[in-house]
Design a protein around this ligand. Structure first.
Ligand code: NAD
Length: 479
């Protein structure tokens, strides 16, 4: 991997402006690498390369051969698993075990989509007599992928894996805060036999390289994961070129716990769903709604669990690592100072260990109680290890609270009552519902995406293949 370069046409390419962006280790706040500062000229070069691949060897390749290349890539990632996990841990600050899980996740995405590549097919349709009508699924062409910093490996894997499997040529713009692991993956993709131009990575700032990608007229589809505001900006840019957009914009996902739930099973999951990746998870379970009869006993157990959590550098591999940046840390502090100002009680807080460097971006996991449903802590995405707890009176109240935000990504329902499980699962407004479990970010095979401000379109699972293709209808008159 060559420092401070883009990966275009299977080669390392210096940035056209000759400038770099420093990369900071969130665990100690120190600069440890440089990435290339991409501009519109670099994006243009990458899109041109992708177009040539799509109209050339990559576009001509059979689905089975595409699948074989993706399978080889998955195996190469497996062979470099520890190296990739180490890069990811340093770049994002996440504990090593989480980075290892992410490295396993991306290998699994390419494995899944390798197997799916030659399983996607169209249909024959009944029509007028003397006709045969069929549908075929075709790739969009050149797809753009704007990737955030919280799970670079996983989010790149789910989006680029499905796009390549269906025959698109890709240009990815990872986040300026964390992109090193993806440059290594691109290098491995070339080694796996991906033809020149099929996968290109341009690093750089969002307003510069990201915006240049979103508005490039040579892009046929764009997938974006990140904040609702940037998602809206990307959509407006894409609208000028009339291209489809897949958006995944985070959430304020509720975990609804009834008094009859198995608390022993629920407790570790409720904690992990907000502490994982220091709460910087789009599908984090960031609200816990608890039936009033069980509120105090469960809050007591949650408080004990939060107080026992340890936070430190990625290398110590504790419960929680630092936040990604000083900017993100300030954002979380602002939410917590609002909570304090508005009299919201802190039920418990974990501990930042003494070995954590002063200049790292640490935040102790925080449990807040009796958060008013109208408060921004109950409605907005903190994107930090902050869990907002609130009681509810009955099923209708639980549903009203669960659906009472602008978001709708994931919901967790904890109850032993089977009829209630299904009633709520059908009425809660979210893209995924977990009953007596919760999969923050998990489930390669499971279609994933939101409703309302959480976005639209689905990634992961077989469903993603439909999003990365367009349907063509062919009507043949044969008499
Ligand atoms: P962001 O949405 O601005 O950045 C996400 C990606 O978009 C990055 O690759 C970035 O470079 C790119 N980008 C930024 N501006 C762009 C533009 N004008 N055109 C095209 N691409 C652009 O998110 P952020 O500023 O890094 O984080 C702010 C908040 O967003 C976080 O606190 C969190 O609440 C939310 N967020 C959500 C997710 C998620 O997984 N849903 C991921 C990251 C951030």
């Amino acid at each position: 991997m060559e420092e401070a370069k883009h990966f275009i046409n299977n080669r390392w390419v210096a940035p056209s402006v000759g400038e770099t962006i420093p990369v900071v280790d969130p665990s100690d706040g120190q600069i440890f690498a440089q990435i290339a500062r991409g501009t519109a000229a670099d994006i243009d070069r990458a899109v041109t390369a992708a177009r040539a691949a799509y109209e050339g060897p990559w576009g001509a390749m059979s689905a089975a051969e595409r699948g074989r290349i993706l399978a080889r890539l998955s195996m190469l990632i497996g062979a470099c698993h520890e190296e990739i996990a180490q890069i990811e841990a340093r770049d994002t600050g996440k504990p090593l075990k989480q980075a290892r899980a992410d490295a396993t996740g991306i290998a699994r995405y390419f494995e899944f989509y390798a197997g799916a590549a030659d399983k996607l097919h169209g249909e024959t349709l009944p029509y007028q007599s003397g006709f045969t009508v069929l549908t075929i699924r075709e790739p969009h062409g050149v797809t753009g992928h704007i990737v955030p910093w919280n799970y670079p490996l996983q989010i790149f894997g789910r989006s680029v894996g499905a796009a390549l499997a269906t025959g698109n040529a890709c240009v990815a713009k990872p986040a300026e805060d964390a992109c090193l692991s993806l440059l290594r993956i691109a290098e491995l993709a070339a080694e796996a036999g991906l033809p020149e131009g099929a996968l290109n990575i341009v690093t750089g700032y969002g307003h510069e390289a990201g915006a240049a990608l979103a508005r490039h007229p040579g892009i046929d589809h764009i997938s974006f994961t990140g904040s609702p505001a940037t998602g809206a900006a990307v959509t407006k840019m894409a609208a000028d070129n009339h291209i489809p957009v897949t958006l995944e914009l985070g959430g304020k996902s509720p975990q609804i716990v009834f008094a009859d739930a198995d608390f022993d099973a629920a407790l570790p999951v409720l904690v992990a769903a907000i502490v994982q990746n220091a709460g910087q998870t789009c599908s984090a379970g960031s609200r816990v709604l608890i039936e009033r009869a069980a509120y105090e006993p469960l809050m007591e157990r949650l408080a004990q669990a939060f107080a026992a959590l340890k936070v430190g550098p990625s290398t110590l591999d504790l419960d929680c690592g630092p936040l990604i940046s000083a900017k993100q840390q300030q954002r979380v502090w602002d939410f917590l100072s609002d909570a304090q100002h508005d009299g919201i009680a802190m039920a418990a807080q974990g501990e930042v260990v003494a070995e954590a460097p002063e200049a790292g971006f640490y935040q102790a996991p925080t449990l807040l109680r009796d958060v008013p449903p109208t408060h921004r802590l109950a409605r907005e995405e903190v994107f930090g290890p902050v869990l907002a707890a609130m009681p509810f009176d009955d099923e209708a109240d639980a549903l009203r609270l669960a659906n009472g935000t602008d978001y709708g990504l994931v919901a967790g329902i904890w109850t032993r009552d089977g009829a209630r499980q299904m009633r709520l699962a059908r009425r809660v407004r979210s893209g995924q519902v977990f009953i007596n479990n919760y999969g923050a970010g998990g489930g390669i095979e499971l279609p994933f995406g939101g409703v309302k401000h959480s976005g639209h379109g689905r990634e992961k699972g077989f469903e993603a293949l439909y999003g990365f293709t367009t349907l063509k209808t062919i009507a043949i008159k044969h008499g």
